[in-house]
Design a protein around this ligand. Sequence first.
Ligand code: SF4
Length: 330
Amino acid sequence: MSDPVIEARDVTRTFMISSGFMRAKKPLHAVNGITLDVMRGEVLGIVGESGCGKSTLARMMLGLLTPTSGTLHLDGQLVGSADRIEVARILQPIFQDPYSSLNPRKSIGDIIMLPLLVQKDPDPRTWRKRTEEIMDLVGLPARVFNNFPSQLSGGQRQRVAIARALINRPKIVICDEPTSALDVSVQSQILNLLQDLRAEFGLTYVLISHNLAVIEHMATRVAVMYLGRIVEQNETGNLFRAPRHPYTRALLDSVLTPEPGLGVPDTHLGAAYPNPIDPPPGCTFHPRCAAVLEKCPKQFPPTLRANGGMVECHLYADGGGKKARKGNRK
Ligand code: SF4
């Protein structure tokens, strides 16, 4: 088994949020006690609804936010104490929106070679050649070297963002919704490019997406987040074939089927997403859970690990797992 390149231990990130005029601020635990290993060479998919904490977790990995408590190690270095430039050499982001993530006043060549400048690469004479090489690898024609972002298509701009992320050979890439701003026709090209580059450079990806089809296509392992917690984690095939947490089941059931006549699927989510400033007691998913037990509103569920995965749910603590696993997806 490979070694972990990201190690999160009981990581929490709290924001103090105003709950109204003249009212005291209340804590919002955007990430709430996450323990997670990302293994070298894998693609860890992180899924969950908006506001579940996946982007906050990614920003902590990038060193843009510090954990309120807990520890986060990046390739053995403690994030927060490590030099930001050193973190940038290890880990690079690819963001959702290639329109706003590129400086409109810089040429494509300058944008791609910027990390070499920022990271104080010792050999500026090689920068031009290395930029042309990475442009070729991501499928950008050499003729756009002196163009500006506004002269490129959305797919080409995302290729620029990928080239910029990879030019100094990072070990880890955080892909935050890398295709959701692109036309459907371009999305699969970018995903296939990311797959090819991972094989070429031996990269580790953390892939954040609300698109389960993207996660199933790309990820080797999946973590499902709900209200700042990882509620289920497993290898991709196992998770899609046999989801255990009721929230994972609801997410998978909510994927629209291409079969005509079946209509909009029922997500079995009984209530709206709760206010994260005032989360429900016990299992925070209980107001929406189709399998809620009497103890769920009273007791926080235990974390159970089995068959290479983990699930945080009372159903699996008292022999109810067999019952809950009936109805696995075909
Ligand atoms: Fe549902 Fe209870 Fe499991 Fe929470 S702990 S997901 S409420 S069954």
